[in-house]
Design a protein around this ligand. Structure first.
Ligand code: DAT
Length: 176
């Protein structure tokens, strides 16, 4: 169905921390004219982070404030939104949702290299094992727009970027 509000799509890249969202988003932004929106950075820049949550060792996100700031950015399409959550964005923002996945051992190594330890490390590994983000994406968006991408190796990284580039081209043709 033709989308009347934008003639280039908005895509969401989601998944557990460490699966490779930023790496994919950066390469994708280089290959397309799309804008990479790192939600964690936007939240920081626009003061959308409230007090620190000692249990999860990260600040609380003021979602309403962030959504207000992002609304204008999303209107014309051409955005790659990168975040480790997806259920609080308006469904209408996205034409394609890509859930990036990684194997336990791969993810463990990446998060350890990032300095994650203890509960924070365990919680993130469990999040991936329980497919939390995949379920969140499937329950928040129409299943036909949700795609899972395995991202463990360099080869998979290239394939994933190519898959999304092709998806964008197809979307443009179908929504002329
Ligand atoms: P995220 O943005 O999901 O937190 P990231 O893009 O920062 O993840 O990637 C985490 C680390 O893993 C980083 O050092 C880059 C590396 N990485 C990402 N995708 C990879 C892949 N397909 N093969 C090998 N390393 C990868």
């Amino acid at each position: 169905m033709a989308n009347r509000t934008r003639n280039v799509p908005n895509i969401l890249i989601t998944g557990t921390p460490g699966v490779g969202k930023s790496t994919i988003s950066r390469l994708l932004a280089e290959k397309t004219k799309f804008t990479w929106r790192e939600v964690s950075k936007l939240a920081e820049e626009h003061n959308c982070l409230d007090e620190y949550d000692p249990e999860y060792q990260c600040p609380f996100l003021n979602e309403d404030k962030l959504l207000d700031i992002m609304e204008g950015m999303m209107a014309k399409g051409g955005n790659i939104v990168d975040y480790h959550g997806c259920d609080f964005f308006p469904e209408r923002w996205f034409d394609g949702v890509f859930v990036v996945r990684a194997n336990n051992t791969t993810l463990y190594d990446r998060l350890t290299a990032r300095g994650y330890t203890g509960k924070k490390l365990e919680d993130n590994i469990q999040c991936e094992i329980f497919e939390t983000l995949l379920e969140e994406a499937q329950s928040s968006y129409k299943p036909e727009i949700v795609t899972e991408l395995q991202n463990n190796t360099d080869e998979q990284l290239q394939t994933n970027v190519d898959t999304i580039v092709e998806w964008i081209e197809r979307w443009k043709e179908e929504n002329l």
